[in-house]
Design a protein around this ligand. Sequence first.
Ligand code: CA
Length: 224
Amino acid sequence: MRVLVVEDDPDLLRQLTTGLEEAGYVIDQATDGEEGHFLGDTEPYDAVVLDLGLPIIDGVSVLERWRAAGHQMPVLILTARDSWSDKVQGLDAGADDYLAKPFKMEELLARLRALIRRASGLASPEIECGPVRLDTRSSKFTVDGRAVRLTALEFKLLSYLMHHQGEVISRTELTEHIYDQDFDRDSNTIEVFVNRVRKKLGVTVIHTIRGMGYRLAAQAEDDQ
Ligand code: CA
């Protein structure tokens, strides 16, 4: 899952980035509203953490522009403590949730998990696909109750597929959601990672759709 963090306070930006990366997210950063707006307008994000008090363009305007352009990614806004009008303005501009500063990283992570889950139409914190289960709270995968050890990149890949079960996901889309914007991307390596994940799972849930990409599904289908 790839998350954009727009925050002009360097200390908070660092804390957010570290906390989110440790939780398994791929992070892009912006430190003003103009850069933040541009990234959210041009890159596919699974969620955005958006500070409202930003240089150049304020957070509410950034959000309004994204929504006016039809971007539907979940957005969590960071507001000043006790500013109820910020919260109202932000929610009315299209925010999905808010958190007042200062906040605990654990709360931000829990809210973000919920937003990403709901954006995928999932209500439960445990996502299942046949024998494969992802507990989004602990970021652990199991197959028939057996823990599966994945590398950070393998986790990102399988987590994205779990959140988009039944959909055909192209290699390009997978690449865009498991690497940050600065990574030297090569969509050919995706196949290598997919095959490693398949081997570790030991069950067939990741199906190759020839010429199109991959589909995660529990039921047997003819691999092409
Ligand atoms: Ca700020």
